[in-house]
Every structure is written in C-alpha cells, then in structure tokens.
Design a binder for this molecule. Structure first.
Ligand code: ATP
Ligand code: MG
Length: 405
C-alpha cells in the first residue's frame, strides 16, 4: 500500500523549550531544500511532528532524501484515512498483509488525541489487533519486541496508520546553532570535523588556503570535491579559497625554520577569523586532533590560538586516527582525502617544527613581517564558489586534460 505521507519525529529539539519553534522552522526549511526535486510534496510542521504530504510522489525516493538530514529522530511512511472504525481496521489489515511473512509477529500501538472518537486507545489496540489476527492466517501477537509494530493515531482531522519506522540522522538541524567557518584542507580530519559540527546544527562555510604555483589546481579541486561530499547534509556550501603563497614565501624568508609552522598556522587563523567576521560567522571549526602532529600539541595550540578569542570548535580533538577514519569512511571522504596531491602545508613544512613554541618568541619574530599588509592582500584576492551536490571538480579537470590530447 502506497503511503500518502511521511511522518517525521523530531530528535533532541523536542527538549529545547522556547527555542523549539526556531529548531522546527530550521528543520522544515532544510527538509524543503532537500526535496526541491519533488515539488508536489507539501511540508507541514506542528509542535510534535512534521508531515510530508506526498501528493503522489514516491514515498521511497522521498525517504532516501530524508536520511542525511540532521534533527530527525525517525520517520515512517503513513497512510492517512478518515476516522472510520471499520476503515481503520481494514486498512491496517491490508498494510500488514503487504509486509507480513509467515512467522512474523505484530503488535498494535495506538494514540488518540481526538477524545470524541468512539474507541479509546485500549479499544483501538484491541479492535485493530483482532482484525489483523483474524484477517491474516497464522499471524501471532507479541507484546515485547514484535516484528511489526502497527501504529494507529486518531487525531482530530484524520486517522494515521503506519507499520514501519526508519531511524533518522539524529543531531540538530543544520543552521540552528549558527554559522561556523570550517578550515578545510585536503586531508582526512577536517571534512570529518565539518560533518560532526553540522551534526550539532552548525551551518558551515569552507575556507581553504592554497599556494600556487607550489600547490596544483588539482589539490584545490580535491578540497572542493571534499566539500561536495558534505553537501548532502546542508544542500550547498560556500567554498572560500584564500591565496597563501605570498605569506608562505614571506615566512620562509624572515622567520627561523623552527617557527615556520607556528607562524603559518597563526596566519591561517587570523585570516579565517577576518573572513568569519565579514561573513557573520560565530565560530571557527578545524580538524585538529590532540598530539597528532607538531602543530597539535597543547603548547602549539596555545601559541596558534593566541591570535583570536573566537570560539574554535575542534570536533575530532580527542579522537584517535582510526576513529576519525571510521567516520571518514562512513561519509565517503576517506578515499578522496588520501589521493596524493601536495598541500600548502606539506610543501613549506620545516624539517623540524617546534613542538613547544613560545608565544612571546612567535610574537617577536612576527614583528619582522608586515602582518596587516599580508592579511589585507590575501583577503582582497579570495574567491568564493558555491558548491552544490552533484558537482565534481577533479573529474571535470581530468576530462579537460584528456580533451587537450
Ligand atoms: P587534515 O587531515 O584535516 O588536513 P591534519 O591532521 O593534516 O588535518 P594539519 O595539516 O596540521 O592536520 O591541519 C590541522 C587543521 O588545520 C586541519 O584539520 C584544518 O582544519 C586546518 N588546515 C590545515 N591546512 C589547511 C588548508 N590548506 N586550508 C584550510 N585549512 C587547513
Ligand atoms: Mg593537513
């Protein structure tokens, strides 16, 4: 039996008191965005549930779109019918018949918010249960962990029946926590950090530093393709490319080798923070993981963090590499991240970066540089691309190269 609507149960947002409306509106907006290819679907949200009225659209296809949306606890394909006791029983039997196989057990679970309906919820359980029991030969009732849970809800406007519940992505609706700037390299960690921040409701814009001609167009395209992998959770992502060559050359010329890395990171953070300010972000998100490399010791982080007081969200800070890789595989960024294109950090990486840089020393060395000039020239030359799902940068480029020969 074809569902007439999909019922969405909210996740954690149901516990957010006064802010609940904001969360629900954000979720409704995100759902509408992800269903733009299904124009007949109508989204209706109330305090407890969201209903997608399908108007003939395919329920399975619509449900596939819902899977990655944060803020959804679970959803069910639902048949909406008139509040007629006989019709409710008949429909329930047909729905269970559709999915029942010998040996499978069932249970009816009902709710009645229309207090005028002739049956209370116990009656509904009993009557609908009996109809299914007599209507399908061999079916058994099981109160604890049944195979099929038939949910019947009688509301003022209609009755709703469903017998399938699919788990959603949980988390909070993207955007409900505000906007953060994701420092997105071409590596394994930062896309995972972006995904985890989005799971807690952060809308992200990606910031990528690149140093042509030392880094290739391909390494930039790789970072853009990583951003593409994050679009199922948000729809689209603004990808901000920041030219970093002049700054890296300047650092190499004027700063002692042991401090290249610290000063480089401080510039990345300064620039990210400026862009955040201009674009009204509230936080910075990065893929730092404690102790993973020289720039990620606590002392290094102290020396780097010295340039801003903006909150920095580090979703993978306490995760082991293997745990990060597990998530990277789940969101399909791992293979892409391990393609060997040089990164602006690897090219200028000093042979022995300090793992315990001193803040006073870094500040002192930086006095040799025209910080404001370097920062403002980089800011003037940033480029912004809108990354959408289905985009492909590395492949498009390979095709272009092939066509040359
Ligand atoms: P990743 O796997 O994310 O590249 P990593 O373990 O290689 O991380 P680093 O290279 O030290 O670690 O970078 C730490 C964090 O700094 C990255 O997770 C990312 O958030 C940010 N970062 C590093 N390089 C860049 C870059 N070229 N553009 C934007 N952000 C960067
Ligand atoms: Mg890296």
């Amino acid at each position: 039996m074809k569902a007439t609507e999909i019922m969405i149960r909210y996740g954690e947002l149901s516990t957010k008191g006064k802010n609940r409306r904001i969360f629900i509106n954000q979720l409704a907006y995100n759902v509408k965005q992800s269903l733009h290819g299904y124009p007949k679907v109508k989204v209706r949200s109330d305090r407890d549930r969201m209903h997608l009225i399908l108007n003939g659209e395919d329920d399975r296809q619509v449900m596939t779109q819902l899977e990655p949306i944060f803020g959804i606890q679970s959803f069910s394909p639902v048949v909406r019918i008139e509040k007629d006791p006989e019709l409710i029983c008949q429909t329930a039997v047909e729905m269970v018949k559709d999915i029942w196989e010998p040996g499978k057990t069932f249970k009816v679970q009902s709710r009645r918010s229309d207090k005028g309906f002739i049956w209370d919820s116990n009656d509904i359980n009993k009557e609908v249960g009996a109809a299914i029991f007599h209507g399908i030969e061999g079916i058994q009732v099981k109160m604890v962990q049944p195979d099929i849970r038939v949910e019947v809800e009688v509301r003022n406007e209609a009755a709703y029946l469903s017998c399938e519940t699919i788990f959603g992505a949980a988390g909070l609706p993207v955007g409900s926590s505000g906007k953060g700037m994701l420092m997105l390299s071409g590596g394994i960690d930062s896309p995972v950090a972006g995904y985890l921040a989005m799971k807690r409701g952060v809308e992200i814009e990606a910031i990528h530093f690149y140093s042509p001609p030392y880094t290739s167009e391909q390494s930039l395209n790789k970072a853009k393709d990583l951003a593409v992998k994050l679009t199922p959770y948000v729809g689209k992502i603004q990808f901000i490319t920041v030219p970093f060559t002049e700054i890296q050359e300047e650092i190499k010329r004027s700063i002692p080798q042991g401090y290249w890395m610290t000063v480089t990171r401080r510039f990345m953070l300064r620039l990210t923070d400026k862009i955040r300010e201009i674009r009204h972000g509230l936080a910075i998100v990065n893929g730092e993981s404690l102790g993973q490399v020289a720039s990620q010791t606590m002392r290094s982080m102290t020396a780097i963090n010295d340039v801003t007081t903006t909150p920095i969200i580090r979703p993978v800070i306490t995760m082991d590499k293997s745990e990060i890789i597990e998530v990277a595989e789940k969101i399909d960024t791992f293979t892409l991240a391990t393609l060997p294109f040089e990164d602006c950090c690897t090219i200028f990486a000093p042979p022995e970066p300090k793992t315990k840089p001193k803040v006073e020393k870094v500040r002192q060395y930086e006095e040799r540089l025209d910080i404001d000039g370097l920062v403002s020239r980089a800011l003037e030359a940033i480029a912004i691309d809108e990354i959408k799902s289905g985009d492909s940068y590395l492949q498009a480029r390979t095709q272009e190269m092939d066509d040359l020969f």
